[in-house]
Ligand binder design. Structure first.
Ligand SMILES: [Zn+2]
Length: 499
């Protein structure tokens, strides 16, 4: 299998149109599931086990590996999280559990007596949990959106990095990987991470529960970005554990999770607006997301919902609201099947009226996710290059950066405007508000952005890190520019400036 196995099911017939029909254009969607791969070919497993045994012997001789205490109870946190600055409602799906049926091929049984696993004719039964990132796995990997974290505290006893990380199928490339030994001697295997992302800690160093280990990717024998999470009892020899307690777990009776997730957890991962149909390119090319959060009157807009564990006949509803809170259109879908991951979109023409910030909502099984977008007379941004100096921290032409140096400038803006950065650019003094005001009446604010103030006075757009701050929906060709700060007096240009 050399590329992702996409099963896009066309389901026009099952959509129920219960809202306005005038603007409805089309809809589509279906299942998304990465093809299985032999996450740890036997050759790679043998090498990892040999290296681990050598590391353990050395660490024990050096007195650096605590003696396994079987009375210690080790419980796991979820081994993934979103990196700072990303805020999808959820970001993963599960493609495979441990296969407890030791016969092959296609004789499967997971911990809950289902068949969410795989085996191979060569005798391989899947030994871990495959958690894939979703939606847009390759973009998520390129953006470092989903991090692998230590499920429990322990000592690193195996580490590999520097390997190719965009594999699309079976192979003998080694994975970027970590094995952590816990207090009870058990071990967690974290496989397939991004080249160069693996923690700078080394074999023999300890990690805390929840500590960063790397970024989800597709190194090793892998068909797409996912984490293979595997647990074994450790010395004296490998003995597999399935962290899930369930009626068909043949390996252990109790759960190893701090809080075991249900077999299926129907969840809206995120919802998005697009200006064209999203495209899943051939592996390993990043997806063409065609995301747009600004539309002009009369534009065709695509409203997409991305889910994991959507189950058959579950109702999914979408609603699109005008800026005044009135409903523009709604639609719904009864899920035609049960999916590990799925996505659905509806497209509509937007009106030449009701300009402003619109709200798109999706609801399923009692959970609602919200996304805002702009309907504007003009989505071509006005770009403002502005600078400002705060008198207090100013000395010798530069402002001091004590807050930045102390890591105290928050990644999310201080004004509740929903702006954020994934990492703080260098030499930032604080967040400021940049406003464009009406050229005829400067009391009227036409647009507001939360921006980052650099120590040389430059005002930085947090969306792209540039010194040109973008404002959407501005219909005038000039305006007053004002800078405001949470505890300094605001300032405004004497005259309207031309954009
Ligand atoms: Zn796996």
């Amino acid at each position: 299998m050399k590329q992702y196995n996409f099963c896009i099911i066309f389901l026009f017939a099952v959509f129920h149109l219960n809202g306005q029909t005038a603007s409805f254009i089309s809809s589509n969607g279906g299942s998304y599931k990465p093809a299985p791969s032999q996450c740890l070919p036997s050759s790679e497993r043998a090498v990892a086990e040999a290296k681990t045994a050598a590391n353990v012997a050395l660490l024990q001789a050096q007195g650096k590996l605590p003696t396994a205490n079987e009375k210690q109870i080790v419980l796991f946190e979820w081994p993934l999280r979103q990196a700072a600055g990303f805020n999808y409602n959820s970001y993963y799906g599960i493609s495979n559990y441990v296969d407890h049926n030791t016969n092959v091929p296609n004789q499967l049984e997971d911990w809950n007596c289902g068949v969410r696993s795989y085996d191979l004719a060569d005798g391989y039964n899947h030994q871990g949990i495959d958690i894939f990132t979703w939606p847009y796995s390759w973009c998520m990997m390129d953006d470092n959106q989903v991090e692998v974290i230590a499920a429990a505290a322990g000592t690193i006893i195996y580490k590999d990095d520097g390997n190719f990380d965009r594999n699309c199928g079976f192979g003998n490339d080694p994975a970027n990987a970590i094995i952590v030994q816990h207090a009870d001697g058990s071990r967690a295997w974290y496989w397939h991470m991004k080249n160069g992302s693996v923690t700078s800690k080394n074999v023999g160093n300890t990690v805390a529960a929840g500590e960063y280990l790397g970024v989800v990717a597709s190194s090793g024998s892998s068909t797409g970005p996912h984490l293979h999470f595997e647990v074994d009892l450790g010395s004296p020899s490998f003995a597999l554990i399935d962290p899930y307690a369930g009626p068909c777990n043949s390996l252990n009776t109790s759960s190893w999770w701090l809080s075991q997730k249900p077999y299926r957890e129907p969840t809206i991962n995120t919802i998005m607006t697009h200006d064209a149909e999203p495209i899943f390119n051939a592996c390993p090319q990043p997806e063409t997301k065609n995301i747009s959060d600004c539309f002009e009157g009369g534009d065709l807009a695509y409203f997409a919902v991305y889910l994991h564990d959507q189950q058959i006949n579950e109702l999914l509803e979408i609603r699109i609201y005008r800026p005044d809170g009135t409903l523009y259109v709604s639609n719904s879908l009864n899920s035609p099947s049960t999916y590990s991951a799925s996505w659905w979109w509806w497209s509509y023409f937007l009106p030449n009226s009701s300009y402003g910030t619109w709200r798109f909502e999706a609801t399923t099984v009692g959970q609602t996710v919200t996304h805002y977008f702009e309907l504007s007379e003009n989505c071509t941004p006005v770009e403002i290059q502005a600078s400002a100096l705060l008198q207090g921290p100013l000395s010798g032409g530069l402002m001091d950066t004590d807050l930045y140096a102390a890591g105290m400038v928050p990644l999310i803006d201080s004004y509740g405007l929903g702006e954020s950065v994934t990492s703080m650019p260098s030499n930032i003094v604080d967040w400021v508000k940049l406003e464009l005001r009406d050229p005829a009446n400067p009391a009227i604010i036409m647009g507001t952005r939360a921006c980052l103030l650099r120590n040389d006075g430059a005002i930085i757009d947090p969306k792209d890190g540039s010194t040109s701050v973008k404002f959407l929906g501005i219909t005038t060709t000039s305006g007053y520019v004002a800078v405001r700060h949470r505890n300094h007096l605001g300032i405004m240009t004497n005259n309207a400036v031309t954009f």
